[in-house]
Design a protein around this ligand. Structure first.
Ligand code: C2G
Length: 135
């Protein structure tokens, strides 16, 4: 008998990496055996959020790649390609934080879609604001 290899995919920017990011990656991994993370590109952030991330995509990818729960990373260069990415990686589950609740339900035809509660009290934006006050 061959062992199962349930593949979980998640997406995110993971800028100014913090405990909320670590928590979701650890919890996403518990939903399968392999965790593949799509890290959003600098170009995608500039297009969607009108600003570049603090850390460039190469560094954000390397930080996420080295997290124990993570098996592999790839660059997410288009929000519209999520379905293609899920098929390409043979995803059994898509895991996202519940700030995205309901937004990806249409992918249920490809794989399980699971939303996990966000870690309270921390975000990249809050952290940047806090650091600015140290000036
Ligand atoms: N997250 C969390 N708790 C926090 C902050 C973030 O659980 N306190 C989760 C988010 O819900 C998300 C992941 O960490 O699932 C990455 O968060 P962001 O870096 O903010 O990514 P985002 O900009 O939401 O993703 O296709 C989606 C894009 O890649 C953008």
């Amino acid at each position: 008998m061959t062992g199962s290899n349930r593949i979980v995919v998640t997406f995110g920017t993971f800028d100014v990496f913090h405990i909320g990011h670590l928590n979701i990656l650890k919890r996403a991994r518990l939903h399968g055996d392999t965790l593949i993370v799509g890290v959003s590109s600098d170009r995608l952030n500039i297009e969607k959020k009108d600003r570049a991330p603090v850390y460039p995509e190469t560094e954000r990818m390397e930080i996420v790649r080295q997290i124990k729960a993570v098996s592999d990373v790839f660059l997410e260069d288009s929000l519209e390609l999520k379905g293609e990415y899920l098929r390409q990686f043979n995803a059994d589950a898509l895991v996202m934080g519940d700030d995205w609740e309901g937004k990806f339900d249409h992918f249920k035809e490809i794989c399980d879609v699971i939303y996990l509660p966000r870690t309270e009290g921390i975000s990249t934006t809050q952290t940047i604001t806090k650091i600015k006050k140290y000036d």
